[in-house]
Design a protein around this ligand. Structure first.
Ligand SMILES: *Cc1c(COP(=O)(O)O)cnc(C)c1O
Length: 812
């Protein structure tokens, strides 16, 4: 039906009529969006079934990527792109007087993640399918995803994300594949007829896990993989029995609510671990439903258990799904009757683990009591794994109690999920070279000494399809005009752009593309925020979760300082700049919310001050999400990647900006280091302490923030404006906590220490920007070198070095 434009138009008209009883002229945009989506999904479904059949027939090894978060964003545009239907549909819609861009606005973001970790999972799915790899996502179908952020009176207000208030048109509910997940109760021992001990799990509570499958379309190929999202439902018969026993229907309703709360909402925090029982319940829910369903499909192949690890790989995205290790052991030993040693060998060779952080507050651990009462059988298995591991250590390091206590999985009344993940898997990877080195040399040194061959690096990536081909079509077209379209399948070929580095007319066209994107962003900002910004100014962008270590505060203090300079000398020659921020703060993160308030205050002061606002403007864009990122990044000149060195494991925002031609101002942290290596000193603005210096300060002390501020008049003045009367404080004490963190608590993230260097780097940015040709050439080098950060490269490395899978050969 989609082979040409006329057929598409006819099909759309037909779909509107049969599904919604509407004509094109009378249908709402939402109806049209759904009709279009239904048409596209019909096409996808054919390939989806074929892919599934092919995998079964060939008994292809399957990879299951377990993640508590998948930050998918919208799917319509990306599905059209990957199905190679974009142009046809765009043209057809135009004929009908419709615009694809505005239809896309009718889709809610699937915001089932917090930030980088969840977005990485989404990019990986796109690359797996696009590389013809048999890899699927397993996640949670939260009823409420990442909260909606509003700014009211300059402060963050969180509203529930009702993303399912509109149909999620891409999902397919599969009740026939539902799985029972069991909690609480206790474990009985029984001797069977042959004298073996058997475990029987009794008096448990059960929750039905119902999968909703979302097709993941590969780019321009025959592969459609699956993102399987699990939803919690109460099993009615079970509740009815209990309700009758208790003789009340109120019990029925309350109990159902309690059970279904397991997939009710996403914990809206990254970087700090949420030690709540419901969170552990969620983690086990995903793990148990997922592992059971994997085992069921393996059993359909009729192969022996010895073949399981040849046919299956399970990857855990951080430690949140680490319970796959004891859960797989439980099923293999208790239910399938394997011996411990065989089950353990299988488990280790199936499971691999990605570490995402060295922040100690983010490392997951659970009180022994919580695990024991919620998951009694799993806890026994964890203890057994721990016992055997510690005994093995004792043999290698006899008498070294300290080392063994340090490495133990269960210690100090806690179950340490990172330790469980390392011991129970065959591969542990960091997410950027620097991060992996810090893991090996410091944070996980003892584990690295124990299992050196398990550790490896896989530098993160982003899908160039969503973040360049879809988000920035004008740039994508310009690139193709210059170097052909091979880069779309082989992003490394973007390097061919380097030959245009001195081509002045090409650089002008690159500039035009950026300029038009900036005008489009300016229009959108005007429309949605009522703020007028100058598209000729430098668009300087800082968008990411709000966290102390990401140092939005450093950027804010710098802007206050610029304001002070301009007020002191209104004739000061300053290259006009617009500072954009987008950031959500975790609801309980008091300091982060104060920083949001400060940025909004700075914006309010500067934007209405006619003496300065033709030189600087500040825009806080509320509700930063995947679809806002897609609007902002193509229009940016400067990418703010200014974390305290050693703290940002990789970053992926940095890669999206680079690919869209923004220049990075950044610390030598995470993947910034690798960006620097690729583009060279002259095409990036680095500043600040190195990770060694930061780690050295943490270890030995010797930093005094007070001293730094006392010796820098600019800082002293700016900090006083936080607590004394100033346009920013308005005489209130709102920003006292920020002052205290910086001065009384000695500035944990070295904001003041790096201030002077940051100011200098920003001056260099302004100078360089004035030389358009120079700037555009730098921008071109960044785009040209960004192919390395395609998640296709990352996933190819995971596939060959961790999962041991190959691209499926298609006979076509
Ligand atoms: C890419 C992305 C992130 C991660 O950004 P970092 O700068 O790497 O922290 C977070 N949120 C959204 C919506 C993203 O698209």
């Amino acid at each position: 039906m989609f082979s040409n434009k006329e057929m598409f138009k006819q099909a759309l008209v037909e779909k509107l009529k049969t599904n919604f009883g509407k004509k094109v002229e009378t249908a709402s945009e939402y109806d049209t969006y759904r009709a279009l989506g239904a048409l596209v999904k019909d096409e996808i479904t054919k390939k989806w079934m074929e892919t599934e059949e092919r995998y079964q027939k060939d008994q292809t090894k399957q990879v299951y990527y377990f993640s508590m978060e998948f930050l998918m964003g919208r799917l319509l545009g990306n599905n059209l792109l990957n199905m190679n239907l974009l142009e046809l549909v765009q043209d057809g819609l135009e004929d009908l007087g419709l615009s694809l861009d505005s239809l896309e606005e009718n889709e809610n973001d699937a915001g089932l993640g917090n930030g980088g970790l969840g977005r990485l999972a989404a990019c990986f799915l796109d690359s797996l399918a696009s590389l013809n790899l048999a890899g699927h996502g397993y996640g949670m179908r939260y009823r409420y995803g990442m909260f909606d952020q509003h700014i009211i009176d300059g402060k963050q207000v969180e509203l529930p994300d009702e993303w399912l208030s509109k149909d999620f048109i891409w999902e397919v509910r599969r009740p026939e594949d539902a799985i029972e997940v069991k909690y609480e109760g206790y474990v009985d021992f029984k001797e069977d007829s042959s004298g073996n001990w058997k475990f029987e799990y009794v008096d448990y509570e059960k929750i039905r896990a119902v999968p909703y499958d979302v097709p993941i379309v590969g780019y321009n190929n025959e592969t459609v993989n699956t993102l399987r999202l699990w939803s919690a439902e109460a099993t009615t018969e079970d509740i009815m029995v209990r309700a009758k026993r208790k003789n009340e229907m109120g019990y029925f309703l309350n109990h159902r609510r309690a059970l279904e709360s397991v997939s009710e909402f996403l914990y809206p925090d990254d970087s700090t671990e949420e030690g709540r029982r419901l969170r552990l319940k969620q983690e086990y829910f995903l793990v148990s439903a997922g592992v059971q369903s994997i085992i069921q499909s393996f059993e359909k192949t009729g192969l022996p258990w010895s073949a399981f690890s040849d046919k299956t790989a399970i990857h855990i995205n951080d430690t949140h799904p680490a319970l796959v290790i004891p859960e797989l052991m439980r099923i293999l030993v208790d239910e399938k009757g394997l011996g411990w040693d065989q089950a353990w060998e299988i488990t280790q060779s199936v499971v691999s683990y990605t570490n995402h952080t060295t922040l100690s507050e983010a490392l997951e651990s659970w009180p022994v009591n919580t695990v024991r009462t919620l998951l009694p059988r799993l806890f026994m298995i964890i203890e057994e794994i721990n016992e055997r591991f510690c005994q093995a250590l004792w043999k290698t390091y006899p008498g070294d109690f300290d080392r063994i206590a340090n490495l133990a999985i269960v210690a100090d009344g806690q179950v340490k999920m990172a330790h469980l993940s390392i011991v129970g898997s065959h591969s542990i990877n960091g997410v950027a070279k620097l991060h992996t080195e810090i893991l090996k040399k410091r944070e996980m040194k003892s584990f690295y000494e124990t299992f050196p061959s398990k550790f490896n690096n896989k530098t993160n990536g982003i899908t160039h399809r969503r973040w360049l081909m879809h988000a920035n079509k004008p740039l994508s077209n310009l690139i193709t005009e210059a170097i052909g379209d091979q880069w779309m399948n082989e992003p490394d070929r973007l390097k061919d752009l380097l030959k245009k580095k001195e081509d002045l007319s090409f650089l002008d066209r690159l500039d035009d593309v950026k300029q038009n994107n900036k005008i489009a962003l300016a229009d959108w900002v005007k429309e949605t925020q009522g703020i007028t910004v100058d598209p000729q100014s430098i668009f300087d962008v800082h968008i990411k979760r709000l966290h102390g270590y990401k140092r939005q505060l450093l950027n804010a203090l710098h802007i206050m300082h610029l304001y002070n300079e301009l007020k002191a000398d209104p004739t000061l020659d300053m290259v006009p700049r617009t500072f954009f921020f987008g950031a959500k703060a975790a609801s309980g993160y008091y300091f982060a919310k104060k920083v949001i308030q400060l940025i909004n205050r700075i914006a309010a002061v500067i934007n209405k001050d006619d003496e300065v606002n033709d030189k600087i403007k500040v825009v806080f864009l509320p509700n930063y999400s995947v679809s806002t990122a897609e609007k902002i990044i193509p229009a940016s000149n400067v990418s703010e990647q200014i974390s305290t060195a050693s703290k940002e494991a990789s970053g992926t925002g940095n890669m999206k900006f680079m690919m869209n031609g923004a220049l990075t101002i950044g610390t030598m942290d995470g993947a910034n280091v690798e960006i620097h290596d690729l583009v060279g000193d002259e095409n990036i603005y680095t500043f600040g302490l190195s990770s060694e210096e930061v780690l050295e300060y943490y270890r030995t002390g010797g930093y005094s923030s007070k001293q730094v501020s006392d010796q820098d008049e600019r800082l002293r003045h700016t900090l006083e404006q936080l607590i004394h009367y100033s346009p920013f404080s308005k005489g209130e004490m709102d920003f006292q906590p920020i002052y205290e963190a910086l001065i009384n608590h000695n500035d944990e993230y070295f904001v003041l220490k790096d201030f002077a260097d940051y100011v200098m780097a920003q001056r260099k940015v302004s100078q360089d920007y004035q030389n358009k040709r120079l700037w555009n050439a730098k921008s071109l080098v960044n785009i040209a070198q960004s192919g390395h950060f395609s998640s296709d490269r990352t996933i190819q490395e995971y596939a060959s070095q961790i999962w041991n899978i190959e691209r499926v050969q298609m006979l076509k």
